[in-house]
Design a protein around this ligand. Structure first.
Ligand code: MF3
Ligand code: CO
Ligand code: CO
Length: 270
């Protein structure tokens, strides 16, 4: 036997250009990641531990015959990242219990038939504060506005600009220290998808590009720091942070979202 050679084309910016048939694989992995996030919602409530949520996610991945992309990734040992309140991203599941009003991002990446599906959403334990709700709304809206500008001929700077201009117009800030990424048959590939920037700058979007957009928005200042566990990123000013993530593919006319919620549960409150 021999391996099928990787015939993936690459553009002048070093970004992979996939074929229409590759979208099928991405829909399978993105669909599974999204379905798991649909199902985790009913398990999120005050008193629940994030370790129990992670365990459920791990079981769902295994039951589907898929593989977790995060277990073993750079030494990470969990099937999800769960980031509560002022945790920006890469929160490690633990025995700590959720409290009423906590907001949390759950981020899952699965591998199905070699294709990576990466998505995250916000959840609430109990009832959120009005400012937490507004933060989640602004973060969700910034992702959707970014997705709307994705089409061949526009640029990655247009994506960053859509997010930054909207979030800052709502007097919130965009995290600079983490970005979206190309993906496909690997977890992280070029380019870095910045969630801030100037319209018309950066690489030009082309049909067949696969990448994530995953803006992190803070109520306070944008600066982050990583805790001593070497993973957990928090806001330096301890202000609340939210994030939503989709994996998408550029088509001739716009883009397709691989990680849409079939149950319409992507946003936690509407
Ligand atoms: N899923 C994250 C992303 O959106 C990466 C998590 S890596 C981990 O890129 F090791 F922290 F799980
Ligand atoms: Co990602
Ligand atoms: Co992710």
């Amino acid at each position: 036997m021999f391996n099928k050679p990787d015939k993936t084309r690459r553009n002048r910016d070093g970004i992979n250009l996939f074929d229409p048939s590759d979208f099928v694989g991405m829909y399978k992995s993105g669909g599974l990641a999204s379905q798991i996030l649909d199902e985790i919602g009913e398990h999120v409530y005050p008193g629940q531990t994030t370790a129990a949520l992670d365990n459920f996610i791990k079981e769902q991945i295994e039951a589907a015959g898929a593989v977790s992309a995060t277990i073993g990734y750079k030494g990470y040992q969990h099937a999800s990242c769960i980031s509560i309140n002022h945790v920006v991203c890469h929160g490690i599941p633990s025995e700590k219990r959720l409290k009423d009003g906590d907001i949390l991002n759950i981020d899952v990446t699965v591998i199905v038939d070699g294709w990576y599906g990466d998505t995250s959403r916000m959840y609430v334990a109990g009832k959120p504060s009005r400012k937490a709700e507004r933060l989640m709304d602004v973060t969700y809206e910034s992702l959707m506005r970014a997705i709307e500008v994705v089409k061949p001929g526009n640029t990655f700077g247009d994506i960053g600009h859509a997010i930054q201009s909207y979030a800052e117009s709502e007097r919130m800030s965009v995290v600079r220290d983490f970005c979206g990424h190309g993906l496909g048959r690997v977890f992280h590939a070029p380019p870095n998808v910045l969630h801030y920037g100037r319209a018309g700058t950066g690489p030009v979007l082309e049909e067949g590009m696969f990448f994530t957009i995953e803006p992190m928005v803070n109520i306070g200042r944008p600066e982050t720091k990583v805790l001593a566990d070497d993973w957990t990123a928090v806001t330096r000013d301890k202000s609340l942070s939210a994030q939503f993530e989709h994996s998408i593919g550029v088509t001739s006319k716009g883009c397709e979202i691989f990680t849409l919620s079939k149950a319409n549960r992507f946003h936690p409150t509407y």
